[in-house]
Ligand binder design. Structure first.
Ligand SMILES: [Zn+2]
Length: 134
């Protein structure tokens, strides 16, 4: 239950819920499912759209917890959008486009790299106050 709450805190999950968290060969796998209270949204225009079918499950690498890798598993739905006209994949708020990692992981990685660069600059700069003001 604690791990499910941590995942909910690190991922935008409106319209979805964490079904289960299980141990996989390479870490933890959190299986996501649609929340029946929300209609799926079209990835083309962001508006609510009618359910068509479900695609095979995809795996998204997420922020590791205590050094243990975490993956989100979700079978995206396709929708029929009357606004765009056509069939589109639903909006998955935790991922950008067809990427295989979550936005939270991308943000965490950028933060870690920025911190490492700032620390490196402070170590190598003869003017440490200049590095701190970056
Ligand atoms: Zn649309």
């Amino acid at each position: 239950m604690l791990i499910e709450n941590l995942i909910k805190e690190t991922v935008e999950l409106q319209g979805f819920r964490v079904l289960t968290v299980t141990k996989a060969n390479d870490g933890l796998e959190a299986e996501l499912a649609p929340d029946g209270r929300y209609a799926p949204r079209c990835s083309g225009c962001g508006r609510r759209a009618r359910y068509r079918d479900t695609r095979p499950a995809r795996r998204f690498r997420h922020v590791p917890l205590w050094g243990i890798s975490v993956h989100l598993v979700y079978a995206p739905r396709r929708v029929i959008c009357e606004c765009c006209g056509g069939v589109h994949i639903e909006v998955l708020p935790w991922v950008s486009g067809k990427r295989q990692f979550t936005r939270a992981l991308a943000t965490a990685s950028v933060t870690r790299i920025s911190t490492a660069l700032a620390m490196s600059a402070m170590r190598t700069s003869p003017y440490p106050t200049t590095a701190l003001s970056i």
